[in-house]
Design a binder for this molecule. Structure first.
Ligand code: SAM
Length: 270
């Protein structure tokens, strides 16, 4: 380890309080930060060029080989690096068995145009997704399938919430996303020449039909209420994933995965 590391032991230290507050949206908005847990995630964020504000290492983590290397990388990136007792890590993350390494990164907000022209020609838009676990899972699936981006329309949950970041398993750093009103999304996709294909329980075509074209935005509805009629009216296609049991719908993240992988399959998984 090339740099001396600051030690904090008091739960009332302002830094600990600030990091603990990142569980709340208000605090994330005020600070512009979000929390990533675990060595792999923090290293991934740094490697992708995200600005690390603070690195927290538990005392046991300090004994491990990789900790010194990570701390040096964080120092070089301009981050504050602190060592705390294990109980304080649990206090920050509100978990009984917390990860030994936590990074507070600066949030990044992209505009829709930043998602244009990405090679895949395939995007997914989520209308008013409310469950951060669903949002994180969809970011991860979109990343696995190499989509051009995820677009959040309407009042969505916060992609930088602790639950969404956890569920994304690192894809928060790799899968670009943008927030936009529906009118802006519809205008943008038309300029891209992309079809708008909604997943709808009572859609009039099957999701595995020839409906995606060379460029498409897949549109998914809210967990409770689906898609409002004016949004459906703006779509080129309303696609249904077949179901045959007693359940009335697939979970949003699962339905998204089915749509994404079918669209990609039709491109030969290229
Ligand atoms: N009651 C809601 C409704 O009427 O749409 C159910 C919402 S469902 C949990 C969330 C979203 O997942 C839906 O809006 C739709 O986009 C997608 N979805 C779920 N099951 C689907 C299916 N079998 N076919 C097409 N889309 C589906």
């Amino acid at each position: 380890m090339q740099h001396p590391i600051e030690t904090i032991t008091s739960p009332s230290n302002p830094l600990i309080k600030r990091l603990r507050g990142l569980e709340r949206k208000k605090q994330r908005q005020e600070t512009g930060l979000f929390m990533a847990e675990g060595t792999r995630l923090v290293a991934q964020g740094l490697a992708r060029g995200w600005r690390l504000d603070t690195l927290v290492l538990s005392r046991p983590a300090m004994q491990r080989d990789h900790a010194g290397e990570l701390a040096d990388r964080a120092h070089r990136a301009g981050a504050r690096v602190v060592c705390v007792p294990e109980r304080l890590v649990g206090r920050i993350t509100r978990k009984d068995n917390p990860q030994a390494v936590i990074g507070a990164f600066e949030q990044s907000r992209r505009r829709l145009d930043a998602l244009s022209g990405r090679a895949a020609g395939l995007w997914i838009a989520l209308h008013e997704v409310r469950d951060p676990g669903n949002l994180g899972t969809i970011l991860r699936t979109a990343d696995c399938a190499g989509l051009g981006g995820v677009i959040l329309t309407g009042a969505c949950c916060d992609p930088y919430s602790v639950e969404a970041v956890r569920a994304s398993m690192g894809s928060i750093f790799d899968m670009p996303f943008a927030e936009a009103g529906f009118a802006a999304l519809d205008d943008w996709r038309k300029r891209q020449g992309a079809r708008l294909v909604a997943a709808r329980l009572n859609g009039n075509v099957r999701h595995d039909g020839n409906i995606y074209g060379p460029k498409a935005v897949i549109l998914m509805g809210n967990e409770q209420s689906g898609l409002p009629a004016p949004l459906e009216a703006a779509c080129d296609t309303l696609a249904q994933i077949p179901m045959r049991g007693g359940a009335d719908s697939l979970n949003l993240a699962q339905a998204s995965a089915v749509m994404i992988y079918e669209a990609w399959r039709q491109r030969g998984f290229a």
